[in-house]
Design a protein around this ligand. Structure first.
Ligand SMILES: [Zn+2]
Length: 218
């Protein structure tokens, strides 16, 4: 096993534990993946975050073929499809966080009520259409909704976030949950005042030059 693989396996365990500890996820819900060369590492099916170990992480290929005694997450199609189709992405995080899922169950995209909705790669955080969990139809719906974006809600299900690394994907999932809670809160007090498309374009421009080095747009 290469050092990179060991690091990624441990990283997937850490990301699942952090989602559990921070309340983004609970029980065996949610899953995560990372690119490993031509293959993908995904979390196993049906194991709570507290019982995950680096050895229980499953290596799969695009057809879902795997070795070992742990079955990959039922959502492997969604993860493999995203990583295969998005060379700008190395990690995927999916969870059923409270506010994002509440809005997803009401089929409400998050409008640009706060400048950080731009973390999704667009002014608005969209909702992917509903399909059965684990189905190829759901993978296709999520992949299409995420075109050129970093995060979306999943109707009647949850949310999903993409990153160049696992910590970045987790950071985006956390921000989506925060934005969902803001939107939910404003709906209770008469609805949000939205930013204009010019204001949101300026945010995206500022994001590109923010931080240590320029970020390449999708
Ligand atoms: Zn799910």
């Amino acid at each position: 096993m290469t050092m990179n693989e060991e690091t990624l396996r441990q990283g997937l365990v850490t990301v699942m534990r952090e989602m559990d500890a921070s309340g983004l996820n609970h029980g065996t819900a949610g899953n995560a993946s990372a690119r490993l060369g031509e293959h993908f590492l995904v979390t196993p099916s049906g194991i709570p975050a507290g019982q995950l170990t680096p050895d229980s992480i499953v290596e799969i290929d695009l057809s879902g073929k795997y070795e070992g005694s742990f079955r990959p997450t039922s959502e492997w199609r969604m993860h493999a499809g995203l990583l295969a189709g998005r060379p700008d992405v190395n990690a995927v995080v999916h969870c059923h966080s409270q506010y994002a899922t509440t809005l997803a169950c009401a089929n409400k995209p998050i409008p640009p009520l706060h400048y950080m909705t731009a973390v999704s790669g667009g002014a608005e955080i969209l909702v992917a259409p509903y399909a059965l969990f684990g189905s190829a139809e759901l993978a296709d719906a999520v992949i299409a909704t995420l075109k050129g974006r970093r995060a979306c809600l999943m109707a009647n299900h949850g949310q999903i976030a993409l990153g160049r690394s696992l910590p970045e994907a987790l950071m985006i999932a956390r921000e989506v949950e925060v934005q969902a809670s803001f939107y939910y809160g404003t709906l209770a007090i008469g609805g949000p005042t939205l930013l204009s498309s010019e204001q949101m374009e300026a945010v995206v421009g500022a994001f590109l030059s923010y931080g240590q080095k320029p970020v390449k747009p999708d």
